[in-house]
Design a protein around this ligand. Sequence first.
Ligand code: DGY
Length: 325
Amino acid sequence: MQKRPRIYVTREIPAAGMQILYEYCEVLLWRDSLPVPRETLLGAVADVEGLLTLLSDPIDATLVAAAPHLRVISQYAVGYDNIDIAAATARGIPVGNTPDVLTTATADFAFALLMAAARRIPEGDANVRQGEWHTWGPQTLLGQDVWGATLGVVGLGRIGQAMVRRGRGFAMRVLFTDPRCKAEGEALGAECVSLETLLAEADFVSLHCPLTPETRGLIGERELRMMKPTAILVNTARGAVVQQEALLRALREGWIAGAALDVTDPEPLTPEHPLVGLPNCLITPHIASASVAARTQMAIVAAENLLAGLRGERLPHCVNPQVYR
Ligand code: DGY
């Protein structure tokens, strides 16, 4: 019988993916609910051919070098800013990700954050729980209208486009910034504008760009000060796209009305973090793609990417196709 390839999986993923992996591979699984410690992972990759990673695992050049037999890295996420792609590519190691299957779940969640922040739902819920609901109040927790407002979408990839569709469904004027996707955005009824125009005109600014050297710190003091004092910033992309110290000041000093963040820098934030104490900042623990269906499909795609790499086949979703040239 042929020896099964040994792989390391840095956290248990949904059963649909684990079953595929167990069927074809010798699986070494980190069973804890917290990320595998760096030293453990460095040791574990020494004799594996495949690695299944999460966005909380830093896969840098040192780690790639510590895995001399590694033939494929499969990321259980669409974003892969935790992986040194250049280091993997230099070794000819294909890196897979899980696009498409989480698009609608993530856009639904981004829109839910937008609605929740606009209409102050977490504050209302907290009021009730804290015994502060004494009567119907003519001016209690007044929020912002969503219907017919202006939405600014920064980054018009799959999730950005799905967000545009949701905004258009709420009769919103939708602006976007991604000139490479001008035709796609306009076909959805959105307007391609500069980042400056978007920030100045949008009632809601929703971030949907990947974290790259170009987008790191994209939204800082200058950008936040360009936004309307009534505007709300929604981030389901990556925390480091926003300069968090500047955001903290913006929220404290009223440069903008509020923020709804599914991603922060770092993750997780402790309850003592100053952003966590702000009533105008809604924070969720990086769960935008966390629907049963999306996570199940992500598990299947991640497993299929891994198996393809082990078989020497092209990955169904490869982020560094240069390895095939
Ligand atoms: C991703 O896939 O990049 C999300 O952040 C988690 O699903």
